[in-house]
Ligand binder design. Sequence first.
Ligand SMILES: Cc1ncc(COP(=O)(O)O)c(C=O)c1O
Length: 442
Amino acid sequence: MAKDSEADLLTRARQYSFRARMDKCEIAGPVFVSGQGSEVEDVTGKRWLDFNSGQMCAALGHNHPTVTAAIKQACDTLIHAHSSYFNVQEIRLAERLAGVMPAGLQKSLFLQSGSDANEAAVMIARRYTGGYEVASPHVSFHGMSDTARSLTFAGWHGGHGPLPAGSYAMVAPYCYRCPLRQTFPACNFACLDTSFELIDAQSTGRPAAVMTEPLFSAGGVIEPPPGWLKRLQELCRERGMLLILDEEQTGLGKLGTMFACDAEGVVPDMITVAKHFGGGISISAVTTTAAIEEKVVASGFINTHSHSNDPLACAAGIASLDVIEGEDMPAKARAIGARFKGHLDALAQRYEAIGDVRGRGLLLGIELVEDRHSRKPAHALGQAVSRYCFERGLIFSQRRQGSVLRFVPPMSTTDEQLDRAAQLLDDAFRTTLANQCGKPKA
Ligand SMILES: Cc1ncc(COP(=O)(O)O)c(C=O)c1O
């Protein structure tokens, strides 16, 4: 057997790799080897259309030339630096990030992962307020480190107890399946009133923050209704809680505005960014106001890691911002989102099983139901449709046990690729429904 054939690689993976992946525990192909733009290639030479943007970190397209050039230059200059001293690239990156953040969010702390940035944001909120209680909606995902996981209510708690104290779930604005059986706008944000009644009831009098995604990605591409974020901020302020927005999936141009909160006219106390912030290199940030930074630093707050301000990662971050601004990623996201959402809407016209089409820009989803009246989640259908597409080279993710299909095409995706993906989805629904029912469901 040729060394580095897929079979050989998988044998070695079975022997040496720790299986703790999020969506897939068995060791099986494909094994990816290269990528460019919106496509990746595996070791057998098969090409895949990547509507997951890698792990959502390749939203600029795989191996964007601006990013790879910056990385190559950093390799020839300085890859890593002392984390207690400043280096040129991190100062440049902090200034550039402040330039795209909503007004007033100015001071950035760099870290490696999305989870780190959320952990840091919670620590900062605790230091600033003197409280420790933090709440997050029940469909949230904030990462898999301890505090971030304790605020990740979309799942992944099993076997991890006891979770850190002071993490509270709120009722999420999941309008398609409102847990309170309300309808927007008549509900008048009953989910928020109920949540804060519960938070107040549980509180020991030391609230610190609410952390939320402005559009819940891993929880099922769930978009809060207009005005929800603003009302949330008011309720936080009444209690002296900071509002932390986890914009790791939604920020930096991906939804068609620089940040999702721009569309709502809300400036939170902190924003975290990660994912495509490094153009594929691991770097994240928490950005806050000068006043919050001042008070927290005066209290003796220290939070750094060995690689937190590495010049290589910061150079990739600068290059990523060059692309986001220079190529007008928000405009590209709007155009791609409009075209692909048009396809999804057309599929929803054709297939009763598509109960809801959601999201915007480069983060879209469909929710599958057994019928539109009962809205019973169609888990098996989603799994079968995903499998059909995957076998034919289209990658996207399933959420909510398969009843939500999430599409995250990179901004490099062409009209032809969008149309091809939509055609494959159409084939998948037609074939799968025919197999399930004996005939296509129109
Ligand atoms: C909204 C959000 N926050 C945080 C994270 C965690 O980021 P990381 O996996 O880099 O720790 C993710 C990862 O998918 C995410 O989607």
